[in-house]
Design a protein around this ligand. Structure first.
Ligand SMILES: *Cc1c(COP(=O)(O)O)cnc(C)c1O
Length: 338
């Protein structure tokens, strides 16, 4: 039994998802004639109470398009030092949009309205112009932490006062919604743009969307084309998305429960220094200083348990749709006998 906890992106489409894909009605989406893509975009925009949504081949492209829509070259974006848009998008913010990032030294990828206020550049011409604040919920590098919605509202007030855009990298927003019993509409009311992923907890093979009102989304289609993201009969993938939105949301709770149980077991191991708080489907833990990280990972790999390193002796496990109850029992058993 291969237990793959490296990422929640390792899932493969289920039989019923494949059936939904096979049954999809498709057309050429470059002519905006793919009925299933149009249906998915309408579904998501309605869900968030926004006027438009656009389907993307990746979360990175959706985020990068948002950065481009909100900024001009030379501008500055405020985000956390852990932000995906800064760390894991290959320097795209500078490459695609010519912007720099003002990194906030936050807590597990989250920051406060006061920190945003302090990070805004003064008006003087020799500063770069602050134009956007980007939030990530849940935080990836922050170990799946969920934001306080009250703090988000305070940040929105700061953005309004200073005429800054507000973008949400919601690759794992579904996890936060399920865990905190929040609604997409709540987020739609606050953020100018939101990106969401279908290929993480929801178990699709491909796909992300960017939502926003018509004014900010005006050039989204053009930017997606410039980034090389035009797709043709992509309704097959949109069908997977619609299927996942209707069938796989509830399972996220199960992922969270399993992650908490894994964390509890890890905390008992003497070779582990700390297990970070677990709120959703990500477990981040740190080994004792005298434990060799590669040795530990090899030990697990020999038991067919696969996890990833985040550097500086931090390791990560992510639970997901294809991590079954039987795998979970097995993992707990193996951790107990380490
Ligand atoms: C996965 C992820 C993305 C998008 O990644 P892609 O692999 O490009 O789909 C964006 N933001 C966060 C926080 C992520 O975890």
């Amino acid at each position: 039994m291969f237990i793959d906890l490296r990422s929640d992106t390792v899932t493969k489409p289920s039989k019923s998802m494949l059936e939904a894909i096979m049954d999809a009605k498709v057309g050429d989406d470059v002519f905006r004639e793919d009925p299933t893509v149009n249906k998915l975009e309408k579904y998501i925009s309605k869900m968030f109470g926004k006027e438009q949504a656009l389907f993307f081949p990746s979360g990175t492209m959706a985020n990068q398009t948002a950065l481009k829509l909100h900024t001009n070259p030379g501008d500055q974006v405020i985000c956390d030092k852990y932000a995906h848009i800064y760390n894991y998008e290959s320097g795209g913010a500078s490459f695609n949009s010519g912007v720099s990032c003002n990194l906030i030294d936050g807590n597990r990828g989250m920051f406060t309205a006061k920190q945003v206020e302090e990070a805004i550049n003064p008006e003087a011409y020799y500063y770069s112009k602050t134009s956007l604040v980007a939030i990530e919920n849940t935080t990836n590098k922050g170990g799946g932490a969920c934001w306080s919605f009250d703090e988000i509202k305070k940040i929105k007030t700061v953005c309004d006062k200073n005429k800054l855009g507000l973008h949400l990298d919601g690759a794992r927003l579904w996890n936060a919604l399920v865990e905190k019993k929040e609604t997409p509409n709540q987020y739609g009311e606050i953020f100018d743009t939101i990106s969401v992923c279908l290929s993480k907890g929801l178990g699709c093979p491909v796909g992300s969307l960017l939502v926003g009102n018509s004014e900010i989304m005006k050039d989204a289609l053009r930017i997606r084309k410039i980034f090389g993201g035009n797709m043709r009969q992509v309704g097959y993938l949109a069908a997977a998305g619609l299927f996942a939105l209707e069938n796989n949301m509830e399972n996220l709770k199960e992922d969270h429960k399993k992650a908490i149980e894994i964390g509890a077991e890890l905390a008992k191991l003497s070779i582990i220094k700390t297990v970070e708080p677990i709120e959703t489907n990500i477990v981040v833990f740190q080994l004792n200083d005298d434990v060799d990280e590669n040795l530990f990972m090899t030990l697990l790999a020999n038991k067919n348990i696969h996890i990833i390193s985040m550097g500086s002796r931090k390791l990560r496990m992510a639970t997901h749709l294809d991590y079954t109850d039987i795998m979970h029992e097995r993992l707990i058993y193996e951790l107990k006998s380490l």
